[in-house]
Design a binder for this molecule. Structure first.
Ligand code: LLP
Length: 380
């Protein structure tokens, strides 16, 4: 059960996000301790949550920044991340975004196609600069997660496929304003089966051998993010098992002397510290179920509607006997449902409802659909 004082929560206009910065601090510290055992370097994926207090704490714990848009690069730098700690990925970087990142002299572009390499080369030439680049390779490894957040299969739009690498190396010979410094992989998100990462390591080792055979030395190997969190039992597993995660890469990755390993974690660092707090507007009896209608909806948290994802729902103010509810939002879409057949203490208008594990891909994915107001963020 969530550990906030309900009287304090009652003072805020619902719906709102509440972030536990103490838990965030503990999570970041644990992740860093485990990563540093192997000299691994972690970039935080801003796309999970780019709120300033979150970014500040992340930066203070020594993480770099993983960005997927020009505005994310800008947000990282404005929030104090050094440009040499910024990586920039994404299949569709615009010219303006590339130019901005070149001007900032970021650490590395994670490039996803030959065409993109050519464009970055052209734009860098105009500025008389050399762009540092890692090739994002599609390793064709199944992440065993929801299909919308699977990115490392050949059918996905992401990365350069293995059969193109030969021609990429030929192309790179001609591109005088590109310096190849690494390779990058990211196979998906919310990965809870660690053997998936073991399979990734096996593929990375194969690619490494291929590069060695072609006399290409790589300064760094970026294995992306994707470590999942426990949406079902947040209180039992507030901090993901970073020891097992980083230990696995140490055990199964074969590195060349001096090579650095980089990670890009988002969800695992911030998901559990955020909760969406909402108030019950109405209770309505349907044909086969009771509906608890909240003042928060898919506009505040779209994950259940988009990925049919589970978030634990708690009634913070009722202690009555449990009743079954479909917990829904006010938006004019039937997919605007946070959970079906959820057992909650008998729920009434005005009760406070917590939707847990919402710190990652919650607030950042909010929309103004139905011209909704943006929910506030509260930090404790
Ligand atoms: N690196 C790259 C290149 C990525 O595309 C992503 C996430 C990450 C790192 C961070 O992955 P994480 O450690 O957070 O799993 N909106 C979806 C998740 C989309 C993830 C997109 N890419 C959700 O709510 O589940």
């Amino acid at each position: 059960m969530l550990n906030f004082n309900t009287e304090q929560l009652q003072q805020h206009t619902t719906p709102f996000y509440i972030y536990d910065l103490n838990l965030l601090h503990q999570t970041l510290e644990t992740a860093q301790q485990e990563a540093q055992k192997y000299n691994f370097h972690v970039h935080y994926a801003l796309k999970a949550n780019a709120n300033t207090p979150v970014l500040n704490l992340v930066r203070q714990h020594g993480f770099g920044a993983d960005c997927v848009s020009g505005n994310e690069v800008k947000a990282a730098i404005e929030n104090g991340f050094a440009p040499k700690e910024v990586v920039f990925a994404g299949v569709g970087k615009s010219d303006a975004e590339i130019n901005f990142a070149l001007d900032q002299e970021i650490f590395c572009f994670n490039c996803e196609s030959k065409h993109e390499l050519q464009v970055i080369n052209e734009l860098a030439e105009k500025k008389d600069k050399i762009a540092r680049v890692a090739l994002r390779i599609n390793p064709n490894v199944n992440a065993n997660t929801h299909k919308y957040i699977t990115t490392g299969l050949e059918e996905n739009k992401f990365g350069i496929n293995a059969w193109e690498l030969e021609s990429v190396l030929e192309l790179l010979q001609e591109l005088k304003h590109i310096e190849l410094i690494g390779v990058h992989f990211h196979i998906g998100s919310q990965i809870t089966d660690l053997t998936v990462f073991k399979n990734l390591c096996t593929r990375v080792n194969e690619f490494q051998e291929w590069f060695l055979a072609h006399n290409v030395t790589l300064q760094h190997i970026n294995v992306g993010g994707g470590l999942g969190v426990d949406y079902y039992h947040p209180d039992e597993n507030l901090i993901p098992d970073f020891a097992a995660y980083f230990g696995l890469f140490d055990q199964f990755l074969t590195l060349q002397p001096g090579q650095q390993v980089h990670f890009e974690l988002g969800r695992a660092l911030v998901a559990q510290c955020g909760t969406l707090i909402s108030r019950v507007l109405y209770i309505k009896n349907g044909v086969s179920t009771n509906f608890a209608i909240l003042d928060a909806g898919m506009t505040e948290l779209i994950r259940p509607a988009l990925y049919q994802s589970y978030h634990k729902i708690e009634n913070l103010t009722s202690k009555k006997k449990e009743v079954r509810y479909d917990v829904v939002g006010p938006i004019c879409e039937s997919s605007d449902c946070f959970g079906k057949a959820v057992m909650l203490p008998e729920t009434n208008r005005g009760d406070l409802i917590a939707i847990r594990t919402a710190g990652a891909y919650g607030e950042v994915m909010a929309s103004a659909y139905n011209l909704r107001d943006k929910a506030a963020a509260v930090y404790v």
